[in-house]
Design a binder for this molecule. Structure first.
Ligand SMILES: *Cc1c(COP(=O)(O)O)cnc(C)c1O
Length: 422
């Protein structure tokens, strides 16, 4: 038995499902998880000593690659001065300044510890700012596991959502409206019915959690216009897209300014950091300068702040266009290889991310994403893993590249893809 299997068996007796986040259990791809011993550059190594070209990259954060030497040097230097103070530290000011310079719409920012905290807090702030309760989210967009977002679409356009999981009271999602992504008419209809109650629209500007889906031309601008008309706060959840779609996020790339932005994943370079920020007049409603409460014992952690800052400074020196070009070529070739085996593939790609859907439909929302053949993905996942390529353990995810991926990695990946039997 492999060491991974032994650890998994033991973990299942101690941790529910053996994992600290469900997707890691690899259930959707009918596999057991690999336990990872270490990672460097584009590679991860399991406890049995097998190396893999990594396209998960910790689900997005590791844009520079694993164990980046500059980020690690900064984190180690900070750690030598202590790991937490519960008091302000210089690095959080530097990181806040860097974020406000990079993200076009962010005038002020508050640090938290995860993407979930960022979206949960941004929603509270939007509600406090507007004095309204309702929030619109879109089917297939993921905003972390705060109760208000764990909602499934109700049976009409402007009606309240149903709880998305046991443990979420119906009352908690009574103010959540779930609509299809990329459908401006549905949003307009909801606003006609309940516009004056809607505190916020929260949206992944280019969703990465139903696989990768791109906004239709005019969609984000349309959301902006509706929010302006009704005094609703537009929240871009840039936990995936921030600093990856461009150094200036999806908002920089698509040229639409949200009122609030949530950040996570890349911002901490692998440390547990999230942040939310935006318009000064809204952010100043936060305690202690305003009435809306939000706090965190470990928020602005000095080690994480130092790592995050070093990460962004390093990313500023990198060639995003070249990475996008190379990632796109890889994705095109990968998709062509799978198509040559007689399977339909719809490829969505942007920046350093791509998703293959095994369907002949264009994928612009969750309903279309659901037509992807999960059995094909499972077969690809398993056979690629056996050949040293680590893909996401669910078909509705992005594959991510990094600045550390090499030509040799891409060659190995495509050669492995050619050997996949479907
Ligand atoms: C991952 C993710 C979150 C949640 O972040 P956590 O750090 O896992 O809590 C929120 N929004 C989006 C868009 C994400 O991809």
């Amino acid at each position: 038995m492999s060491l991974s299997s032994t650890l998994y068996a033991k973990a299942q007796t101690l941790i529910p499902g053996g994992v600290n986040s469900p997707i890691r259990a690899c259930k959707a791809v009918e596999s057991e998880p690999l336990f990872i011993a270490r990672a460097e550059g584009s590679k991860i190594y399991d406890v049995d000593g097998n190396g893999y070209v990594d396209y998960v990259m910790s689900w997005g954060p590791m844009l520079l690659g694993h164990a980046d030497p500059v980020v690690h040097a900064a984190a180690k230097a900070a750690l030598d001065n202590g790991s937490s103070f519960g008091a302000p530290c210089p690095a959080e000011v530097d990181l806040a300044e860097k974020i406000t310079k990079l993200m076009p719409s962010v005038e002020m920012v508050r640090m938290v510890n995860s993407g979930t905290e960022a979206t949960m807090s941004a929603l509270r702030l939007a509600r406090g700012f507007t004095g309204r309760d309702c929030v619109i989210k879109f089917d297939g967009c993921y905003h972390g596991h705060a109760d208000a977002f764990l909602a499934a679409a109700g049976s009409g356009v402007a009606v309240q959502a149903a709880p998305g999981t046991p443990g979420v009271p119906a009352a908690t999602v009574a103010h959540t409206i779930v609509l299809p992504y990329n459908d401006l008419e549905a949003v307009k209809e909801a606003f006609k019915a309940r516009g004056k109650e809607i505190a916020a629209i929260i949206v992944e500007p280019a969703p990465g959690n139903m696989g990768l889906v791109l906004p239709k031309p005019g969609y984000l601008e349309g959301l902006r216009a509706i929010c302006d008309e009704y005094g609703t706060v537009l929240i871009f959840d840039e936990v995936i897209t921030g600093f990856r779609w461009s150094l200036h996020g999806a908002q920089g790339r698509y040229g639409v300014r949200p009122d609030l932005t949530t950040l996570g994943k890349i911002i901490g370079a692998g440390f547990p950091v999230g942040a939310y920020g935006g318009r000064r007049d809204i952010m100043e409603k936060l305690s202690p300068c305003g009435p809306v409460f939000q706090a965190g014992t470990l928020s602005g952690n000095p080690v994480a702040m130092a790592a995050g800052l070093a990460n962004l400074l390093e990313l500023e020196k990198r060639d995003y266009a070249a990475l996008e070009k190379r990632t796109g070529e890889l994705a095109d070739e990968f998709a062509a290889i799978i198509r040559s085996k007689g399977v339909p593939v719809t490829l969505n790609k942007v920046a350093s991310a791509f998703t293959m859907y095994f369907t002949d439909r264009p994928v612009t929302d969750m309903a279309a994403a659901r037509t992807s053949d999960g059995k094909v993905y499972t077969a690809i996942y398993k056979q690629m893993r056996e050949q040293g390529v680590y893909l996401a353990s669910l078909g509705y995810e992005c594959s991510f590249t990094s600045f550390a991926h090499t030509e040799a990695d891409y060659d190995l990946t495509l050669e492995a893809a050619k050997r996949v039997k479907l």
